[in-house]
Ligand binder design. Structure first.
Ligand SMILES: NC(=O)c1ccc[n+]([C@@H]2O[C@H](COP(=O)([O-])OP(=O)(O)OC[C@H]3O[C@@H](n4cnc5c(N)ncnc54)[C@H](OP(=O)(O)O)[C@@H]3O)[C@@H](O)[C@H]2O)c1
Length: 322
């Protein structure tokens, strides 16, 4: 009835609109009919992507629980039985190396300590053998280096570059080359290389350190596949910051906090992943950070890394100037 009451002008306008709507509906129906194959294909791609992401999430959660919670609940593997009675630990008079050596000794493993200072080696060697009633021995060797603080590549001396390459990369190769044949003969043994989370993505201002750790990570992972069938377990540890002497250039990193565990705390977690994961940060909070870090676009990772390194550098330089 209301149509009868409208003026001639508005009736025409109404008809035009209806025709336009009709034409649009027709057009839409035509397009959807010809596109239905593409829409279905897109739906399949979307479903496949969602399923993949869900499976990855489930798998990552399961790996985290298996690696960081189950060993604590179910009980750990017998390291002596599985890998042998002796372990060689480098950089073992302080930080991660010392804490890791103590964790091994706690489990009945005899330790050969390697570090640069004879006095400290004697003291740590005596303390471990008395505390854990295991045999210990030591070798004095100059092994590894770290920048005193993050810095620009051009600020590093030529000597520092050569030392970092030779010591961080060459010494790891040589150590493994010395110990591996004996393990292969016995068909058992474990090699743990402490790489770093800086190998996760390119880390500016830790350029050469990060690159040498990426080498170590690659080396360990390739070695794992080469020797797994011969009964040797090779593990690459990729931790983020651990509050040790190495990172004491900053007040933030040198103090134990939620994301920066002490060496002892770190080693007790890391050792329970031995035999379970060929590549892990070794500490559950660092595992979360690493998983996120790997998924970040490279430029975001690099931006954050550079921001963080600049702060540490500034702090270290201010401290040095005092
Ligand atoms: N701390 C971290 O945030 C962190 C993160 C990722 C990876 N890492 C890696 O973990 C490893 C251990 O680091 P850390 O934090 O435990 O270091 P640390 O506390 O500074 O030192 C650990 C040990 O290395 C020895 N050492 C230092 N320079 C040496 C040299 N030139 N030759 C032989 N031994 C030497 C030290 O001996 P002295 O007692 O004589 O100094 C000490 O026994 C390093 O490879 C490092 O790159 C550390």
């Amino acid at each position: 009835m209301s149509v009868l009451n409208v003026s001639g002008k508005s009736a025409i306008a109404l008809l035009i609109t209806m025709a336009a709507v009709d034409r649009f509906n027709l057009l839409y129906r035509e397009i959807s009919r010809s596109c239905s194959v593409y829409i279905e294909a897109l739906a399949i791609v979307g479903a496949w992507y969602t399923v993949r992401k869900c499976l990855t999430l489930v798998f990552n959660t399961y790996s985290m629980i298996r690696l960081h919670a189950l060993p604590k609940l179910v009980g750990e593997i017998d390291i002596v039985k599985r890998y042998g009675r002796w372990a060689v630990v480098t950089g073992s008079t302080d930080g991660i190396g010392k804490a890791y050596a103590e964790e091994l000794a706690k489990r009945g493993v005899n330790i050969i300590l390697i570090s640069r200072s004879k006095e400290k080696l004697e003291a740590v060697s005596r303390s471990i053998s008395e505390t854990y009633k295991v045999e210990t021995d030591f070798i004095v060797a100059d092994f590894r280096l770290f920048y005193t603080y993050p810095d620009y590549f051009t600020n590093l001396s030529e000597d520092m570059l050569w030392d970092m390459i030779n010591v961080n990369i060459a010494s790891a190769n040589m150590m493994v080359h010395i110990v591996l044949p004996g393990m292969v003969e016995k068909r058992k043994g474990a090699i743990v290389n402490v790489s770093s989370a800086s190998c996760c993505q390119p880390t500016p201002m830790l350029t050469i350190y990060g690159a040498s750790k990426a080498y170590l990570d690659y080396f360990s992972r390739a070695l794992y596949y080469e020797y797994a069938s011969k009964g040797i377990f090779v593990q690459s540890l990729t931790p983020f910051v651990i509050a040790t002497k190495m990172v004491s250039c900053s007040r933030v990193t040198s103090k134990r906090s939620f994301f920066f565990p002490s060496a002892e705390e770190y080693a007790s977690h890391a050792i329970s992943t031995l035999g379970l994961s060929k590549r892990t940060p070794g500490y559950w909070k660092h595992s979360i950070e690493f998983t996120l870090g790997e998924r970040l676009p490279e430029w975001i990772w690099a931006w954050f890394a550079q921001y963080f390194c600049r702060i540490i550098r500034k702090e270290a330089l201010t401290h040095k100037a005092k």
